[in-house]
Design a protein around this ligand. Structure first.
Ligand code: TYD
Ligand code: MG
Length: 470
């Protein structure tokens, strides 16, 4: 029998290396490689085991023997597209992030910090789904008693939902065979284990193998498998990163510190747009969806202070109004600080350099702090112009009018670049009572929007004129 070969797997990005090394060559993280010996002379024994189980799951297997390969090759046009209707989660916000509901046979990974509300949200979803498709909720972290108490407290229907407290993957597969659920929840993947893998639950190899095992089962039995994965603030604990390549959808439940709002973001989706954002509020009756998020992120007072600017983000398929705040103050000891919460601090530093070089405003003797109100994380460059105007508004102690929105991307040569979906962003702002806007030249609306005074700028220096008025 061939000797089983070890590989070294990065706990952060999941890439494999033949030898141990201090730094992962793929993602450049340090000390993330751990040794991993596949169980059956194959790097995906979990998948293999799932195959043997799936023989009984899927009785319609090919009847041929093993003369040559048993893999069928087809023309793409011959592949029948099963009309699998999507399964709605019961939450519009959740469905949109998924691209219109769960796709049968798909694997969805829900990541989030402990306490974010993953179990709560999934219990709400599955309790309502159970009467339609049959659900098996496997909890490896909470006892059945705890689950039942939570469901009762949340006033959820409990008569159709099947639950089990189990962490052994083989056992769960047997339960699947017996009950044939349409949806299987594994809460969480970090406590599940396959007998054939020797490492402890939560380790890279255990998480990878168990996930591969269930991914295979999901495809074979056309079951939606939802994996819960805990992520720590620093990134992950043998978690989502290792799994990202094998799952179909990766949604992340973010819980800003001190906020009762939770955002669900699609980071990977094989069946829809990524970067869709769903917004929920954690209440004493569990998670409630927020259908007009602009209204909650934008609780600006009518008399705004210097340093506050409203901008319009584009999140997946819809606009979102948010307030940016900046504080500029004399350096407190030595080195000027650049701190950004919800924004990229490096990008902020870059913009401050543009401001100096192209507009002659130096903030070298100033600390600069920036924050996105409401705890949304902003990744798109469309906020650049608004961020810089917020910084200048604080620095100059000049208020930006309450009914003004600003958006636009900033280039290193000081130019203001157009953003995608400019018209829709303006319309959203108008809908929420904004009557003035500073936007990139390239986003100029044609025909003009009636009742909205729009200033278009092609360079940062032009946008600074806002501080000359009023
Ligand atoms: P939970 O779903 O257990 O988080 P996770 O599974 O992501 O670790 O949620 C736990 C938090 O949610 C806990 O801090 C209490 C809070 N919570 C509420 O505020 N209201 C509720 O109705 C429930 C069930 C939880
Ligand atoms: Mg939980």
């Amino acid at each position: 029998m061939a000797k089983t070969k070890s590989v070294y797997v990065c706990g952060d990005c999941g890439s494999e290396h033949p030898q141990w090394q201090g730094q992962c060559a793929s993602c450049s993280e340090w000390n993330t490689l751990t040794r991993f010996t596949p169980a059956a002379g194959n790097t995906s024994s979990g998948a293999n085991q799932a195959r043997s189980i799936s023989v009984s799951l899927n009785t319609a297997t090919r009847n041929g023997g093993y003369a040559g390969s048993d893999t069928e090759v087809k023309h793409l046009s011959e592949v029948e597209i099963a009309s699998n209707p999507r399964i709605s989660s019961g939450f519009e916000e959740f469905d949109r992030v998924l691209g219109g509901g769960f796709v049968p046979g798909s694997v969805v990974l829900m990541g989030g910090e402990p306490g974010a509300g993953k179990s709560t949200l999934l219990l709400q979803v599955t309790a309502r789904l159970a009467s339609q498709v049959g659900v098996l909720y496997v909890s490896g972290e909470e006892s059945l008693q705890q689950l039942a108490m939570r469901a009762t407290r949340l006033k959820l229907p409990t008569d159709s939902l099947r639950v089990a407290a189990e962490t052994r993957a083989e056992e769960i597969a047997a339960l699947m065979l017996e009950h044939k659920p349409g949806v299987l929840v594994l809460d969480s993947i970090q406590v599940m284990q396959l007998d054939s893998v020797e490492s402890v639950p939560g380790s890279v190899s255990q998480v990878r193998e168990t996930a591969a095992f269930f991914t295979r089962l999901a495809k074979q039995s056309n079951t939606v498998v939802i994996l819960v994965g805990h992520v720590t603030k620093e990134g992950s604990l043998a978690g989502p990163k290792v799994l990202e390549h094998m799952i179909d959808c990766f949604v992340m439940l973010d819980s800003p510190v001190g906020s009762r709002y939770r955002t669900l973001r699609g980071l990977k989706n094989r069946f829809g747009a990524v970067n869709e954002l769903g917004v929920f509020a954690m209440t004493d009756l569990g998670m409630r969806e927020v259908s007009n998020p602009s209204a909650i992120f934008l609780q600006r007072s009518d008399k705004p202070a210097a340093g506050s600017v409203t901008t319009v983000l584009w999140e997946g398929t819809r606009p979102l109004l948010i307030e940016l705040q900046a504080l500029v103050d004399d350096v407190q000891g030595g080195y000027p600080k650049r701190l950004a919460i919800g924004l990229d601090a490096q990008r902020l530093g870059m913009h401050l350099a543009v401001l100096h070089r192209h507009c002659g405003v130096s903030l070298n003797d100033q600390d600069v702090f920036a924050n996105v109100v409401g705890g949304v994380r902003v990744g798109e460059p469309g906020v650049d112009l608004a961020l810089l105007l917020a910084v200048l508004s604080s620095y100059k102690n000049r208020v930006i009018p309450a009914d003004m929105v600003v958006f636009g991307e900033l280039g290193l040569t000081g130019e203001v670049r157009p953003v995608a979906n400019g018209q829709e962003r303006l319309r959203e702002a108008y809908k929420h009572g904004f009557r003035r806007a500073i936007i990139p030249e390239g986003n100029k609306p044609r025909p003009p929007i009636e009742g909205m005074e729009i200033v278009t700028v092609s360079a940062l220096s032009k946008a600074l004129a806002v501080f000359d008025e009023a």
